[in-house]
Ligand binder design. Structure first.
Ligand code: PAF
Length: 285
């Protein structure tokens, strides 16, 4: 597995592929890859001639009291995971390569980043959009792949790509879960055995909300109450948010209709986990 560290080298390599007429898929990651990331790489390998996986723990998307220092890193493990899933190359720049001195330009978004994680992580999406925009300009992919576990991130990237005319197709991939329902995440490694058991409450509670909608409930407040009550039954869980929003603009909805995102963020011990489901329903008469 080739690992490239500099922007010039990756431009040369991808430029040569483009000259041969090959299509390029990009899977942006922060590394410590799991089966969720591998599903994105597999999808890209299916749809493109070459797949670039970026492995970069992006400092500007972490707030001052967040886990930038402790975020898990293991490039050797990532190399094997990319190879196994059919990726062709890893782009693994140092922070100074991506953010030279006096770096002062950012991609800032509104609307889709006001609520959910945007409300509690003020610099997060500016950091995500800026690094993703830079990766698009560096790699010039035909398609880029993002997991729906980070559904607000997906909606926000889709929006800035449209608003700023980036010539890239954004592909959404479904959430990959452990056998007990916990959404796969690099941050699951922070959980103690007792917390790991407790963490299943996120998907369990969301399933109750989904079931209520499938049985005809359309009042978003009632769905939120069902999920909240279930989350509160787990003593190790502390709710950050439970929200139902329109998936297009990530604004609150009163009724569940059209494409709705129902999302939670919950602390299990000190670890903040997110999960969600998307549901597309028409108003029942
Ligand atoms: O989803 C992530 O892992 C990150 O937010 C991303 C998209 C790789 C940007 O750093």
């Amino acid at each position: 597995m080739i690992v490239i560290k500099t922007i010039q080298e990756i431009r040369d390599r991808v430029g040569a592929w483009k000259k041969e007429g090959l299509s390029i898929g990009l899977v942006p990651t922060m590394g410590y890859l799991h089966e969720g990331h591998q599903s994105l790489i597999r999808k890209s390998a299916e749809q493109n001639d070459r797949t670039v996986v970026s492995v970069f723990v992006n400092p500007i998307q972490f707030g001052p009291n967040e886990d930038l220092e402790t975020y898990p890193r293991d490039l050797e493990r990532d190399r094997a995971a990319v190879e196994e899933a059919g990726g062709d190359l890893i782009f693994n720049p140092e922070p100074a390569e991506m953010y030279p001195d006096h770096f002062t330009s950012f991609i800032d978004t509104t609307e889709t980043t006001e609520l959910l994680c945007g409300a509690v992580r003020p610099v997060h999406f500016r950091g995500v959009c800026t690094v993703v925009g830079k990766l698009f300009n560096i790699v010039c992919p035909d398609r880029a792949y993002f997991g729906l576990k980070d559904a607000q991130q997906f909606a926000t990237i889709r929006r800035f790509v449209r608003d700023l005319n980036f010539p890239v197709e954004i592909v959404a991939c479904p959430i990959v879960r452990e056998s007990d329902g916990l959404a796969k995440s690099s941050r699951n490694t922070y959980l103690s055995p007792a917390e790991r058991k407790a963490a299943v409450i996120l998907s369990k509670s969301l399933n109750l909300g989904r079931q209520a909608i499938e049985e005809g409930e359309r009042d978003a407040g009632k769905v939120i109450d069902i999920i909240t009550a279930s989350l509160k039954s787990e003593p190790l869980a502390r709710i950050d948010y439970v929200e139902a929003v329109d998936f297009g603009n990530i604004q609150r909805v009163g009724r569940i209709q059209g494409e709705t995102l129902v999302a939670v963020a919950v602390y299990i011990g000190k670890t903040r986990l997110i999960d969600n489901f998307l549901i597309n329903t028409e108003e029942k008469q």
